[in-house]
Write a protein that binds this ligand. Sequence first.
Ligand code: NAP
Length: 648
Amino acid sequence: MEQSEAYPPITASDDELRAALEAAHVPSLMTALVHLTGDMSHVRGDIRPIAALFQDPQGGIPPADQARGRAIALDVLRAYRDGGSKLPPRPSDAEIEEMTDYLIGEGVPRNYKDFLHAELGMEGQDPYAHPSFEGIPMAARQGFHVVIIGAGMSGLLAAIRLDQEHIPYTIIEKNGEVGGTWWQNQYPGCRVDNQNHIYSYSFETYDWPYWYSSQPVLLEYFKHCAEKYGIRSKIRFNTVVDSARFEEGTARWSVTVRTGDGAPEVIEAAAVISAVGQLNRPRLPAIDGRESFRGPAFHSGEWRHDIDLTGKRVAVIGTGASAFQFVPHIAEQAREVVIFQRTPPWMGPQPVYRQPIPNGKHWLLTHVPFYRKWYRFSLFWRSSEGMLKSVTVDPNWTEPGSVSAANQRMRQTLTAYLTRELGDRPDLLEHAVPQYPPGGKRMVVDDGNYLRALKRPNVRVTVDPIASITPTGVHTRGGADEAFDVLIYATGFQASAFLMPMAVYGIGGVELHDHWAGTARAYKGISIPGYPNLFTLYGPNTNIVVNGSTIFFAECEMRYVLGCIRLLLARGNASMDVLPQAHDTYNEWIDAGNALMAWGTSGVTSWYKNPDGHVTQNWPYTLLEFWTQTRAPDPQDYTFIEARVPVA
Ligand code: NAP
């Protein structure tokens, strides 16, 4: 059988090949060599990664063995080039399985095989696309108009997938551009904390300039997707959804939107897909006197580029991922930066965090057949279930500051890193080690930039809590009055206020937020009882703390949503409503899972919990479990609803 991917022929000189190979991830390289030669000995020899050392960038392969692997690859690439860049037949399924085992350094657990095989997409399939709309007449598809709310990562994905099945839609976007959180967060230094080869759509590879790209690059990627897939013309920019109402007569939705100052307008829809994201509505803290400050004050998600910080005294409130990224930048401009820290973050060291991808790596990713696929796969595995065990609660564990022996080992490693980096500044170290267990909140990815900034003479961290904001600055509980020119709130987002500020009326006219009563819930994060044909992407309990990328979740969710639409069209029903029993049982299972994770333990506060302390954000299980849960809807979980009056 032919191999599924086409690559440009290799024309590079021996020296160019040698130089490129220096940048290789050797385990992925050895696996790719099988595709070039048909020879399984490349993954059967002694150059092999070790499972226990998988977090090592080269899977624990010693440098001398890496060099041997590169030398073998040089010979293979030369022969492939000189032979006209022709690939042998593709490896058999059994061989692919063996290659998978090799790459992750252990036998893949049986129940992972199907999942990993699909994620690899070795036959050239689109692993997260809906398997088939075959047999659904075009007229039925065309009559099923969907309103998508939001043109960020999830909304664009929804549009691309609906287009593939010829289902019409309109996207309503409150901003003037696509990109969602990557448009909204334009603070200096903003970048992704998930490596881009997995923080990207599975079907849309990209020549990423960085391992972890900056916000402008991410925004460009999503703009590129909107252009390439012809989405733009179907987006209504600068338009907000005021409300959405399920009309019980027609079993369809009426979505009321407003553009600018214009009059409200109603759009009819067979289904509504909410893709509104979680990290775009700033949360400003309820601190006394917040409105009284006379100078400029703004939130990190609404950066004021018009305010020049040069020579200013700036207060930064909050020390989450956003502050972590912009503090080093503003410290270079401002006269003085004072950081008001309530809780320090755990930092995961990553030396290449802001580094560009070397040219050799670019070359390998674009020219060596199947190297890109195996590289993405190795990252996927490494960043998926690998860390989960270290943040799972051992109910018999009693040591404060950790939740299990593995979690304590993680704590020791991360503490050692902080101790090493701040060895020369005991005053900073004293307040840098979090008391909560690692994994209790999102860890920040660090290459030393933030800690270097803290050591600057014009930067100071204070742990004296803020009592109030005054017209001139900050008054602390310790009694200090500090004067500032500018206040920057890095205090996060209203993530648990799902779908706010829209009003969403379901069966019986019940408004969704009244129904939730402060605790957002959904079946598989997607369906809510009483709200037929409303599907939420990145909805309740679909966020992750240590494993995977939100794009993986969105892709699984969207395949499930298409499964729902297919069910409706195949059965000829107007709407489907998830059964309360299925929803409740599912959510009990989610709660039980979250109670056993570091972020669910009492004493840990974060944006993952709602004001009642209920974990409304996070998925507590493996990626395999989410993939399995969302493969296809089970009709038994839903009631199907007919229109009582004809659709106009
Ligand atoms: P965040 O993680 O919610 O952090 C908010 C910070 O503000 C915390 O340090 C919090 O302290 C502090 N805070 C809140 N209210 C306060 C008050 N009244 N007084 C003093 N401090 C207060 O927000 P974020 O940094 O914007 O990040 C939000 C999420 O966005 C992240 O978890 C991440 O998922 C995502 N993000 C990702 C990236 C990336 O990919 N690189 C970058 C930025 C953001 P406490 O911890 O004590 O509450």
